[in-house]
Design a protein around this ligand. Structure first.
Ligand code: MCN
Ligand code: CUM
Length: 793
């Protein structure tokens, strides 16, 4: 890895130079992980705990004629067999999805995708539960499945959701953004219009830890404790309360250590609900943890967007407008996660980083006989698809105009003086210096030299490609007046308590899955209060211990909860000022703050550290009228706007002309996430995201055959990139603070996953001289593209 302008290497500075605030610092959580002391859901073992297993549908679409559970019930180790019928008796056969649809917890009438949950067995051990699901006899009557979204609206297509009243087709929603008439107008006067159809294929977040839950309903006090892999513990608790009719204060959701989420752990899966019901009916704790195939085949997928883009420009390369039509495949139940108002998430940021005159998009969502979910996998709520669309379109335009893709981008990027910038579909970009960022990436890459090398290689018949992408994300949902999930507003609480000895605990509503929150949130408080991060404990992932908030996804933790943490610390600092005034017998107005202490202006010897103030706040000191003792505060942060991280990526590939195999030789990523809390963690986030991007561009794909059988149910078929497929990343950064965020920070958690796939694809297509081929660019597809031109999936 190469970095620019970072003072220390990845290991971070020695302990004595550790920052009290922002800067490189090793992760506080890592000592327990590297010692194997992490505590994941599967590590939870309770006395008398039983084990659940899910029976899943072998068919993509079939009517359930009958279910015979007698043999399974007769198994000596089986304690309960739960079917949709059992659940229907409790009013729990269906549950609401995050998109206000309903999803079968256990199928009663039909199965609608391969891998759908049909029955749940609770047994003394995991093996007995798995054995017993084999004993359940389900009589299915197979139905014609809808596998290709492009066939879903065909009048002859079978209706998948006949459970929904009055439904006669597979249509879910139509949604549009931008200005159709203005867009038509700019297209009518354009010199050049380029059109391209592309599929962002179905991929999967594939966290190393699969999803699972341990449910324990205490029959005495009626309290349900649920250890579960969730990115949003509070939202889950409220939903369990609403759906199951359990009192919310009698539910405790604990999200322990999580082995990767990537969006996969945002929603509520039938297995969680079954574990809860299993515990209620047996009176014992019930553990359910899915296996790899279950995770890949049945939990939240990502993407599956069929897009048709058109870009209009002048002959000399000024982009005038963009319009897009999308067919969105949402699977069998519409359970995508996104703020209610936006059924296509934030796809309408597809205008990208360019100064264009008009834009319009139409998105149609349809049901298919595939696993539900969607908008997972470091997606920033469909920003991934939007960035891919515009960055491929710009390259298509460059090809049409015979322009250099870097020049064309540079020519059309928004200029620093245009911020805050109102884009043509309703977003207000907060800040940026795009040309500086692109220039930096080009300098790091040695862009001009690379083009010369490419030209020489071409002469020798060698296929080298250089691909660019420039992305703008919108992350950090709310504000709450525009953004909610199932009616829950997207704002986050935060509580901070400074103990008498000056150590502190900060309680968050967001939940880390590997992003290092235990470190970075301590650093935010440290920056504001001057208490060393080691002395600040970060508590999260337990609804009994933390304030309400909507959780971690859409890279919202830093933009929303990070702001809350800074503001709650400032509240504590303000209170500390009053107490310091009382201690020093001066007016608080006469005090000034330097990190970690309040001092009398002009008399630095008259000073009290935050630790001294904390002790006094709990002591005998007489406090001014109306000032309560102790040193703590709470806050709820409702963001005024989202944050707009951006970046310029350059990928260099070599393609083997004989096999179509792609070697990613270099990858240069310059990111701007505003103020950088912990550069080492940021780099880790970017490394992971870049690997994701290479994976999606070249290898990852959830495929189906024409009967709707999932062809990607194992890591033998669903290929994840390893160290062998990725290069040593070359990172750089620029810093454009967000003007509305208390510490100027923007999100970073999804930037690289969002920004990198188009750079890789653009590089491969540049190497082989083909305008478009759909991901994943496997050797077979590249080979086909080299021979036959465009390849669409
Ligand atoms: N950070 C920073 N300075 C900034 C911005 C962020 O130091 N200016 C730090 C943060 O404080 C945090 C990390 O970088 O420790 C990521 O912050 P943020 O961008 O706020 O993203 P979230 O914490 O909300 O994480 C969510 C994001 C999403 S949505 C997916 S998907 C994804 C991602 O994080 N899933 C991940 N990165 C992941 N990384 C790991 N290891 N595991 C996952 O499941
Ligand atoms: Cu869309 S994947 Mo992340 O937002 O948890």
């Amino acid at each position: 890895m190469t970095t620019v302008e970072e003072p220390a290497g990845p290991a971070g500075p020695a302990a004595e130079e550790r920052p009290i605030g922002f800067g490189r610092m090793k992760r506080k959580e890592d000592p327990r992980f590297v010692r194997g002391k992490g505590r994941y859901v599967d590590d939870v073992k309770l006395p008398g705990m039983l084990h659940g297993a899910v029976l899943r549908s072998p068919f993509a679409h079939a009517r359930i004629v009958s279910i015979d559970t007698s043999a399974a019930e007769a198994h000596p180790k089986v304690k309960a067999v739960i079917t949709g019928e059992t659940l229907a008796g409790l009013g729990l056969a269906w549950m609401p999805t995050l998109s206000m649809d309903t999803q079968a917890v256990l199928a009663t009438d039909k199965v609608r995708f391969q891998g759908q949950e049909v029955a749940f067995v609770v047994a003394e051990d995991h093996y007995a539960a798995r054995d017993a699901i084999e004993l359940i006899d389900v009589d299915y009557e197979p139905l014609d499945p809808v596998v290709d979204a492009r066939r879903a609206l065909d009048p002859a297509a079978p209706v998948i959701r006949d459970d929904l009243e009055g439904r006669t087709d597979n249509h879910i929603f139509d949604w549009e953004a931008g200005d159709r008439a203005a867009t038509e107008e700019v297209f009518s006067r354009a010199d050049v219009v380029v059109e391209q159809t592309m599929l962002y294929p179905r991929v999967h977040p594939a966290p190393l830890e699969t999803c699972g839950a341990v449910a324990s309903m205490d029959p005495v006090d009626g309290k349900l404790t649920l250890w579960t892999t969730t990115q949003a513990p509070h939202a889950h608790r409220t939903l369990y309360a609403m759906v199951a009719g359990l009192p919310e204060h009698k539910i405790r959701v604990i999200s322990p250590d999580i082995g990767g989420g990537f969006g996969n752990k945002v929603g509520i899966y039938p297995g969680y609900v079954c574990a809860v019901v299993g515990s209620i009916v047996t009176g014992k704790p019930v553990k359910w943890v899915e296996d790899r195939s279950e995770n890949l085949m049945s939990t939240s997928f990502a993407r599956d967007y069929h897009m048709n883009g058109q870009i209009a420009a002048t002959r000399d390369g000024r982009i005038l407008g963009v319009r897009v039509k999308v067919l969105a495949d949402h699977g069998a139940f519409n359970s995508t996660a996104q703020p209610t108002k936006y059924p296509a998430g934030f796809f309408h940021i597809f205008t990208g980083s360019y100064d264009i005159e008009a834009a319009h998009c139409e998105v149609t969502g349809v049901y298919t006989n595939k696993a539900p979910g969607g908008v997972a996998y470091a997606c920033s709520f469909r920003v991934t698809e939007a960035v891919y669309l515009i960055e491929r379109m710009v390259d298509c335009l460059a090809a049409e105009l015979g322009a250099d893709p870097a020049d064309l981008r540079m020519r059309n990027l928004l200029q620093p003086e245009q911020f805050p910038y109102q884009n043509k579909t309703g977003w207000e970009y907060d800040s940026g210096d795009y040309p500086a960022c692109l220039r930096k990436a080009m300098d790091l890459a040695g862009y001009e030299e690379l083009r010369r090398e490419q030209a020489e290689k071409r002469e020798r018949g060698e296929l080298m490609g250089i691909g660019l992408s420039f992305f703008t994300e919108t992350v950090g949902a709310g504000p709450r007046k525009h953004m909610d999930i199932l009616g829950l507003g997207m704002a986050d609480g935060c509580e901070l308590r400074v103990h008498p000895t000056g150590k502190a605990v900060v309680r968050l509503s967001v939940q880390t899955q590997g992003q290092g929150h235990e470190t970075t949130f301590a650093q935010i408080v440290a920056e504001e209060l001057g208490i060393p991060p080691e002395d600040i404990d970060v508590v999260h992932g337990d609804t009994d211990q933390t304030p309400f908030g909507l959780g971690t996804y859409g890279s919202r933790s830093t933009p929303v909860s990070g702001a809350a943490a800074a503001l709650v610390a400032r509240k504590v600092r303000d209170k500390a000022r009053i107490i310091a005034g009382a201690m020093l017998e001066v007016s608080p107005d006469d005090l000034e703050w330097t990190k970690g202490r309040w001092s009398v202006k002009g008399d630095p010897a008259m000073t009290r550290t935050i630790q001294e103030i904390a002790l006094a706040a709990h002591g005998a000191l007489e406090l001014p009228e109306g000032v309560e003792g102790h040193l703590e505060a709470t806050t709820v942060y409702n963001p005024p706007n989202l944050t707009y991280p951006f970046g310029a990526y350059i990928c260099v590939v070599d393609v083997d002309p004989g096999t179509g195999a792609v070697k990613v030789r270099r990858f240069i990523a310059v990111d701007d996430c505003g103020t950088r809390i912990n550069p080492m963690i940021i780099e880790g986030q970017v490394h992971g995201g870049l690997a994701d991007g290479v994976g999606m561009a070249l290898m990852e794909f959830i495929g189906f055959d024409e009967d709707g059988n999932c062809l990607s149910g194992s890591f033998m078929d669903y290929l994840l990139p390893t160290a062998l497929e990725v290069p040593a990343w070359e990172l750089g950064h620029t810093v454009t603070p967000s003007p509305h965020h208390p510490i100027g920070a923007k999100g970073i958690g999804e930037s690289a996953t969002v920004g990198s796939p188009p750079a890789v694809v653009n590089a491969v297509l540049d190497a082989i001289g083909v305008r478009h081929a759909d991901m994943p660019l496997t050797p077979g597809r590249v080979w086909q593209a080299m021979r036959h031109g465009q390849v669409e999936a």
